[in-house]
Design a protein around this ligand. Sequence first.
Ligand SMILES: N[C@@H](CCC(=O)N[C@@H](CS)C(=O)NCC(=O)O)C(=O)O
Length: 254
Amino acid sequence: MNKAKAAVIRKGTAAKPVLALGGKRAGAPPIALYYWPTPNGHKITIALEEMKLAYVLKAVNIGKGEQFAPAFLKISPNNRMPAITDPRGPGGKPISIFESGAILQYLGRKTGQFYPQDPRQRAAVEEWLFWQVGGLGPMAGQANHFLKYSGEDLPYPRKRYTDEVHRLFGVMNSRLARRKYLAGSYSIADMACISWVRSATSYQSLDEFPHLSAWVDRLLKRPAVKRGLAAGADLRKPVMTEEEKKILFGQRAR
Ligand SMILES: N[C@@H](CCC(=O)N[C@@H](CS)C(=O)NCC(=O)O)C(=O)O
């Protein structure tokens, strides 16, 4: 990121950009990323940084309930971030997209980067992308919930989800034994996984998983990954308040 061009507008709301990122990418109308600095959000900041796309971050403070704002629900009816709007979508017309996997595929198709066109290579990337979206993300998310947020000592769910993270780390470790990246060259599948693996290391050591550990080191050395993980980091406080927990947990259909 060109620091001189990065404008920081202090108070972020779903309507106002908190960070305008430009640098050498300035010129194209920026993609708006509806974002909160969590592992699901990081997937997209990493991809935008790797692809050198112009973007603005629009903070969606999920602890304050901004994900329920009608304007945001029009873009993301599942009341979850990340979501994007691209003023220059297919046919030159605006498009909005929710679900991190769909966003990564869209950005990969848009730029022709990190998402190969060869059908076999593309299928391999999709296997690992969907593996993250349907497995690693939800399981590590539940492990986080029962370890850090539930506020109750519930041994069964803790064991169930930390076992599952351990198993999934084993799957990644075997996959990475003879390759540098999950699916051929570095791809959107790696970008989808890195923040989730990094966050799970707070309770699951990588000592048993040397190939996974080497992959983590490889990715964390990439400047774009560093920038993606750092994006908007100061928006979020380290400890979740009881008020925030009430908003985030126990949701039912509205
Ligand atoms: N499957 C979604 C999951 C996104 C997700 O769970 N986002 C969380 C933060 S990591 C969120 O927005 N939570 C708001 C809420 O629970 O109301 C994706 O991959 O985009």
